[in-house]
Design a protein around this ligand. Sequence first.
Ligand SMILES: Nc1ncnc2c1ncn2[C@@H]1O[C@H](COP(=O)(O)OP(=O)(O)O)[C@@H](O)[C@H]1O
Ligand SMILES: [Mg+2]
Length: 417
Amino acid sequence: MIFKPFSKKQKTALKWWAEPETKYFDAIICDGAVRSGKTLCMSLGFVLWAAASFDGADFAICGKTITSLKRNVVVPLIRTVKSLGFNCIEKPSANYVDISLDGIGCNRFYFFGGKDEGSASLIQGMTLSGVLLDEVALMPRSFVEQAIARCSVTGSKLWFNCNPENPAHWFYREWICKKDEKNALYLHFTMNDNPSLTDDIRKRYERLYSGVFYERFVLGKWTRTDGLVYPMFKRNKHIAEPVDDCTEYCISCDYGTVNPSSFGLWGKCGDVWYRLKEYYYDARKEGLSRTDEEHYRELCNLAGEFPIKTIIIDPSAASMIACIERHGRFKVLRADNRVLVGIQRTSEAITSGKIMISPSCHDIIREFSLYCWDEGSYSDAPKKENDHAMDDMRYFVMAKIAGDKMSGFFAYSARRK
Ligand SMILES: Nc1ncnc2c1ncn2[C@@H]1O[C@H](COP(=O)(O)OP(=O)(O)O)[C@@H](O)[C@H]1O
Ligand SMILES: [Mg+2]
């Protein structure tokens, strides 16, 4: 492995346990921007510390899920320590690796996915000499506390890293705010602490995120969600008609009986998806609710002569889904309804100009100016009002634009079996 010389902060995260002024700490916490070099130096530091301090001991390396942990942490780590002369014996089926250095000793590193089912009970019986929790803010508190409680060996240390979240998050309140009480060394990373990032890549990240996600992922700040959910939407930038014919079409739906129903017709022109037309029906305002069949007729009107095969729809809209399927004209794709991931991906799509809105779509344009975060909430949650076109757009982005667009597809095929 060829590394760029580590930055000053990376060096501290790598060898704080050996330096006279920092070795008395019981824990280290690195937080900050994405891609700022936290995981690389901490995982390497963790193995070096274990080799220098223990022989025949057990450790845990934990990530959000076992799959993401192996991909993001374990594979590059093993490659790196092998290149430094360590022997690694992996037992993939057993989820651990033995790492040894001739003449020094051997330690075992178990892998855990904090969000995986049963992980808290798996770690429960263990006696550990140290734990590395990568992206700790994404794990359930019960798992993290269980992992910490397992570190009962004298000289054990806790290694945490994460990207910032809401400042009401338990990890921020319990560990970062109480770092002195917990005797933890705290290091705050920015993208400047990763010597491998070129200016171009850094600028690309800066362009990708906006609003609260910019504050958190680029500036690395624990920022509360407040104000508009999509402040990056600008009338003078994001309202336009396609200049050419569209090559692909689809419709996304948020269905309500008492609450409004919002359906959006999207057309792809070049790399950009345009919301061409919409159907928005507010039963409360109209004083009359519509039946599923009536909504279906409007859906067909919206589809018109366009070659539409798939309707992306709110997975909880059981009766409407049944109605669409009964008619047999369209295929139903149950939307991926993870709110925060969806908002983040939609923000990226707006910021990068991948979605545009036709001036005739008055309801979504109105909701853009009203859809806001619920400031009274302790976690990141949007207010459940003026969110109908916002939701159908989010379903659309998750299905058609977001990186993990297959997740909606899998949910759909699993339900069809
Ligand atoms: N000193 C370095 N030399 C070369 N590549 C580095 C260095 N530090 C970090 N990287 C690379 O930068 C990318 C982001 O680092 P990572 O540790 O995953 O960041 P974070 O955990 O803060 O998101 C990774 O591909 C990593 O290998
Ligand atoms: Mg990381």
